[in-house]
Design a binder for this molecule. Structure first.
Ligand code: FAD
Ligand code: MLT
Ligand code: ZN
Length: 483
């Protein structure tokens, strides 16, 4: 990959323009006229420490008008940019590749509006997901998305990646919950579509292009989103199971018996749980080894009603030996502890050095066979083992069982070309053969850019390129990434 010479290199004059525009010292990190070293480093490297850019300039606009002026100036001067939220994305989309300017949204963090009757929330893109959810909790509502990075990711970043997360099974995707957006196009045009309406069939639904657009056509500056009522009764259970066949039976029974109160059904294989224990000494909730674990969450309006349902379900799955062992959280602390067995996985897998991550949609009956096949493949190639000689620590699987979304992860002691070659394109061919998706919820960024053809036809890719060219004719928005 080479830097595109059509983009200008930043100069002192550019930096002066941004400083004059944004005023406050903290709104511009200037690595051009001085050594910004450690101040700029976090904006150049991603959460996995796999991708590293070389920006010399980070700007943090404080309002939609400022975003508009920044983008217009960049567009007029052919300066390439990368929109950045909490920088927790997992496909290298949020960091520059070369010297693109980082436009970071963290200063735009106001909640603009909330209506307790309709549940409509309007907020700036830079509001941190957990802050939005805590605000809603005080008003007995819930943000319809939850994920492990909630403490750092921003709602604008969530929308830009169309993040799925832990409760999609219950609350659906951003494409359904987002009612409106405010965004800025590269030429500075403010797209003013912050509708609060649930229903609005008046022409093309253009906001959908920004949802999952990964910052390639514009910058989202605010969102309007429908938030459900928070359920007063919540329960979390954690099970050990003997086989993936039993996991599927348990899922069917959960849908059948818990139906409308089921709010999460997550899968973790036994190996992820062992690694949690190995890496940080975590005491696991169940004794003994089980090849699979599931976490079930219920959310409903009536404690007695929900408990009765859940107890009947537990009795059934234990009695029928669908589940080998299980535990039900008795209080909030135990609930968080059970959730940490699932939410703690992504961080732990990086413990040994690096991790190859694959976020896949696969027909549910075959969801786990890929993990087994990949493990056999890498083991027979002599790549997996306990000692430093072996690059691969293990091949593990976990994910959103309720959405047929597998996270195949290969924690390694180092990123290694031989390992990569053994995994790719095999993994993508395997998924394409089953009409799955090579990116279920993380997006394409730079990591999956070369592989879009395994999930999208030439016609679809051509249409995407036409849209990109229409909105961003100079190509300054997040270049070198998937489009
Ligand atoms: P960033 O990482 O900063 O950016 C992500 C992409 O969006 C980039 O392409 C960037 O250019 C673009 N972007 C950011 N903000 C804007 C904006 N305002 N306008 C336009 N473009 C923008 N994802 C899931 O789907 N489900 C999960 O369960 C899940 N769990 C995770 C757990 C952990 C521990 C981590 C680290 C990540 C997880 N993710 C998950 C990945 C997920 O994509 C991000 O956490 C989140 O959605 C990204 O938000 P962010 O603010 O950090 O965006
Ligand atoms: C998750 O479900 O934990 C996230 O998508 C992050 C990951 O895939 O590791
Ligand atoms: Zn996930």
């Amino acid at each position: 990959l080479k830097r595109d010479p059509k983009f200008a290199e930043i100069t002192k004059e550019h930096v002066t323009f941004f400083k004059d525009l944004l005023g406050s010292d903290s709104a511009v990190i200037d690595g051009l006229t001085k050594d910004a070293g450690e101040d700029i480093e976090p904006f150049n490297s991603d959460w996995m420490r796999k991708y590293r850019g070389h920006t010399k300039l980070v700007v943090k606009p404080g309002s939609t008008e400022e975003v508009s002026k920044v983008l217009k100036y960049c567009n007029d001067n052919m300066l390439a940019v990368v929109p950045q939220g909490g920088n927790t994305g997992l496909v290298g989309g949020s960091v520059p590749v070369f010297d693109e300017i980082v436009i970071n949204l963290s200063r735009m963090n106001n909640i603009r509006f909330f209506d307790e009757v309709s549940g409509v929330l309007v907020a700036d893109a830079g509001v941190i997901l957990e802050v939005a959810d805590n605000y809603l909790a005080e008003k007995s509502h819930i943000f319809p998305l939850d994920l492990g990075a909630k403490g750092s990711c921003q709602i604008g970043g969530n929308v830009a990646t169309n993040a799925g997360g832990l409760r999609l099974l219950r609350y659906g995707s951003m494409h359904g919950n987002i009612l409106g957006i405010e965004a800025v196009l590269p030429d500075g045009t403010i797209v003013d579509d912050l509708s609060k309406l649930r229903k609005n069939n008046t022409g093309y639904d253009i906001k959908q292009l920004f949802i999952g657009g990964e910052g390639t056509i514009g910058i989202i500056t605010a969102i309007s989103i429908l938030c459900p009522q928070r359920s007063p009764a919540m329960n979390v259970a954690y099970f050990g199971l003997e086989s993936f066949e039993k996991v599927q039976q348990a899922f069917r029974e959960a849908k059948n018996q818990l139906s409308e109160i089921l709010s999460a059904f997550e899968l973790m294989d036994g190996r992820t749980q062992k690694l949690l224990h190995k890496a940080n000494g975590k005491k696991l909730p169940l004794e003994g080894d089980h090849p699979f674990y599931c976490l079930i969450e219920t959310s409903g309006s009536n404690t007695e009603h929900d408990s009765a349902k859940l107890e009947a379900f537990l009795e059934y799955v234990m009695g029928e030996e669908i589940v080998s062992d299980g535990v039900l959280a008795q209080d909030q602390t135990q609930m968080l502890n059970l959730w940490s067995c699932r939410e703690g996985i992504p961080e732990v897998l990086g413990h040994w050095g690096g991790v190859y991550k694959y976020d896949l949609s696969i027909p549910i009956s075959e969801l786990y066979s890929l993990v087994e096949e990949m493990r056999e493949r890498l083991t027979s190639a002599g790549l997996v083992g306990d000692s430093d000689k072996h690059p691969v620590v293990d091949v593990v699987g976990y994910g959103h069982m309720g959405d047929s979304n597998l996270h195949l992860n290969i924690p390694t002691r180092r990123f290694d070309k031989e390992v990569e070659k053994a995994i790719e394109p095999f993994v993508y061919e395997w998924v394409a053969k089953r009409n799955g998706s090579i990116s279920a919820e993380h997006g394409l960024g730079i990591a999956k850019k070369a592989f879009i053809g395994y999930s999208r036809s030439d016609t679809m890719i051509k249409l995407m390129k036409q849209i990109k060219n229409l909105y961003d004719p100079n190509g300054i928005m997040n270049p070198y990434k998937y489009i």
